[in-house]
Design a protein around this ligand. Structure first.
Ligand SMILES: NC(=O)CC[C@H](N)C(=O)O
Length: 384
């Protein structure tokens, strides 16, 4: 780097990285993770599950497809900041309506380029997701000691309920479908299954996938009670992804899920929804060393032996050893053997740790939305 650095990242252990700031100026504290996806930086930055985290992108070309309103997973960027190897490239895509840098600045998110992201990623792997302070000051003046102190003062994601910060304020209906189809699937245009989706920080493409699988979706805030959910008389209940510690969110979500489970209807959960469903069934969740964040994670379906390449974003995991009798482990990570899916042995209540809606990532796991729809089809036929 020949120019004077305008951004600084302080890790709680005192390691300092300098780079060139872009986007908003100012400071933020967060947990630091790395994401290995080669595409989809806009979807990643706007995935509500990233609240409280700064994302290091291991792929070096960030910015080259710009940003556009269609690829937002929620209205605003939710990740606390981004770190990239090279200064963001200019947008060169027919879909781009804006440059990444201007978009981040307008939305109050700090970016830092010119960083040795390999070294940083190794540090994350070795010490576990560090607590950090990230600062962007065009004058290039930083109080390093103060930044390290702020990184140390950040309490981390354990015990933190962030779902209540990113959930919707009020319930709403969702009927927008996906724009493109995974190979071999057709949109189911008749919305015949009444689904209540609990928004712990739902990505829009999950709601599009549900609508495309024949669901008439009513989204409820994370704090909805079991009575409120069941008052809508749903054919099935969906539990969304979201940020923070599942155990903290579970404080109010577990009683809601237990009440839903006392009715014999299909339940489907993704990521945080998977973790909270597991808690409601009596399993435990734990914090991972550096989590799984990327778009190429192989997962084995233990029932069919098939391998899916999946999109992942999680820093907590369900302890597969803690699954009670009657709860089957359906999917396992081929990277580290961690739990990636469960189901009840005798009922269509199931969930996965990864993101079958992709956005970004491969489409291998779209079948899970069809499975949920099929389960509701069968349960309404049996119950009528
Ligand atoms: N994508 C998600 O839903 C993330 C779930 C949870 N916050 C975790 O980090 O494990």
């Amino acid at each position: 780097m020949t120019q004077k650095p305008t951004a600084c990242l302080a890790l709680a252990n005192g390691t300092i990285f300098y780079g060139m700031g872009f986007g908003a100026t100012g400071e933020t504290t967060a947990e630091l993770c790395f994401n290995t996806a080669m595409t989809g930086y806009q979807e990643i930055m706007t995935d509500p599950s990233y609240a409280g985290q700064v994302v290091t992108f291991t792929f070096p070309h960030i910015g080259n497809t710009g940003v556009n309103p269609d690829d937002d997973e929620t209205a605003d960027p939710v990740a606390a900041g981004m770190i990239v190897k090279w200064d963001p490239t200019h947008a060169s895509s027919w879909r781009a309506t804006e440059e990444l840098t201007g978009w981040l600045a307008k939305r109050g998110r700090i970016g830092m380029g010119g960083v040795d992201t390999r070294r940083l990623t190794r540090a994350i792997r070795q010490q576990g997701a560090p607590h950090v302070a990230l600062a962007h000051n065009p004058d290039g003046i930083f109080d390093i000691e103060a930044l390290v102190r702020k990184a140390r003062a950040f309490e981390g994601l354990e015990g933190l309920d962030l779902a209540k910060d990113v959930t919707c304020a009020q319930s709403y209906n969702w009927n927008e479908m996906r724009w493109a189809w995974p190979e071999g699937y057709k949109p189911q245009t008749d919305a015949r299954h009444k689904v209540v989706a609990i928004d712990f920080g739902a990505k829009r493409n999950i709601l599009r996938c549900l609508a495309s699988a024949g669901c008439d979706v009513t989204v409820l805030p994370a704090t909805a009670t079991g009575e409120e959910v069941m008052a809508l008389n749903p054919d099935g209940v969906f539990l969304s992804n979201g940020p923070g510690d599942p155990a903290a969110t579970g404080a109010y979500a577990v009683p809601m899920i237990k009440q839903v489970l006392s009715h014999d209807i299909p339940v489907f959960g993704i990521c945080l929804g998977h973790q909270i469903l597991a808690l409601a069934l009596g399993a435990k969740t734990v914090k991972m060393n550096h989590g799984h964040h990327g778009a190429n994670h192989p997962v084995k379906d233990m029932e069919t032996g098939k391998v899916e390449i999946t999109s992942m974003n999680h820093g907590f995991t369900v302890d597969g050893q803690s699954l009670p009798v009657g709860v089957k482990e359906t999917h396992v990570s081929l990277f580290d053997g961690s739990n990636c899916g469960i189901r009840l042995a005798d009922r269509p209540v199931f969930s996965v740790q990864y993101h079958p809606e992709a956005s970004p990532g491969p489409q291998d796991s779209y079948y899970l939305f069809e499975r949920f729809s099929q389960a509701m089809q069968e349960s309404t036929t049996t119950n009528n």
